[in-house]
Write a protein that binds this ligand. Sequence first.
Ligand code: NZQ
Ligand code: ZN
Length: 381
Amino acid sequence: MRDFVFHNPTKIVFGEGKVEQIGEEIKNLGLKKVLFLYGRGSIKRNGVYDAVTESLKRNGIDWVEVSGVKPNPVLSKVHEAIETARKESVEGVLAVGGGSVIDSAKTIAAGFYYDGDIWDAFTGKHKVERSLPIFVVLTISATGSEMNGGAVITNEKTSQKYSFWSFTSYPKVSVIDPTIQFSLPREQTVYGGVDAIVHVLEYYFDGSKERILMDRIMESIVKTIMESVEILVDDPRNYVARSNLAWAATLALNGLTSTGSFGGDWSSHVIEHSLSALYDIPHGAGLAIITPAWMQYVMEEDRDKFSRFAREIFKKDKAEEGIEAFKNWLKSVGAPVSLKDAGIPEDDIEKIAQNAAMRAPFGKLKKLYKKDILEILSLAR
Ligand code: NZQ
Ligand code: ZN
């Protein structure tokens, strides 16, 4: 194991009906007015909006709303919300949604205090050291954003989907009520599960050794997510599966799985972000296309670990068989596993590689340059 610091400051309130606690949590930290940020309407249809606003009223919290955050959230919406936050002198940001809403909230909370364009935080020109306090009601388990300091935003003018991380971006409190997720469309549940699995795999396959405890925990997280997703595609209101998937997805990217590691590989994520930047496909769908191809391409860098993955997750002997089984599992739950499945033409491979290569070289297990990205995309076609 490598040395590490583990410090996660986010308070998690987990369970059925806990949404009604959000107002009290905000009040307890002394806030009187928040920016209430949400997406394109699912919270109005499933009752979450009413539960949140009742809780805010009961606890004397005033709010101003910004809605319409889209999946693969964009910078222009963040700019609009920063204006509103300043004009209305809010004291915090309440995100009610999934990764797209939470990541926008983190960017707004950081942008509130920054005089320049907050995009500078994504290009590395500005280091975020101050943010408004962030509160979350999570509506889809996928990104782990409810318990980490990362945010991913697309600059739609330049087609760059980039991220920043700051210790000040960890939510103060996140409410995870698995019953809110009963209303998720089947494919969103699947994409969320795939995203969380790949978060674990980024750390599992980063070349780090002797993480005996973490390897076992990570395998357990992956298996729990797979089993839960299999149940939920047919039975979306299954509480046991929803709750186990939810906590597994949070643990996948809250710092736990990175302890003692090399910091994760992240190549599948970087290449995927080019797919969702260029084609606006769901992040989890993009990962289902890229990750098996990346695994195939880098397998020989750590055949032992890929064999272990095959054995522990799929009861197969060989590394190749594990990757094949993973791809088959993705197909079985309805995820796309090729560019073709997602309607992306083979002729676009050069364009996608060019977009991803703006970040090259990247990757821990194998350092990737444009030529490698082209190979991986070609395995994914
Ligand atoms: O817009 P609404 O109406 O809310 O609908 C959303 C959206 O269409 C819908 N939805 C969410 N909860 C629902 C629901 N529909 C019915 N019932 C519910 N309970 O689901 C759709 C997807 O929502 P989104 O927030 O985009 O999903 P997700 O949580 O997967 O977030 C994806 C974004 O997070 C980024 C991704 O790149 C992508 O932009 N990531 C963020 C990370 C982080 N901050 O740590 C790490 C990840 O690797 C990832 O890159
Ligand atoms: Zn992800």
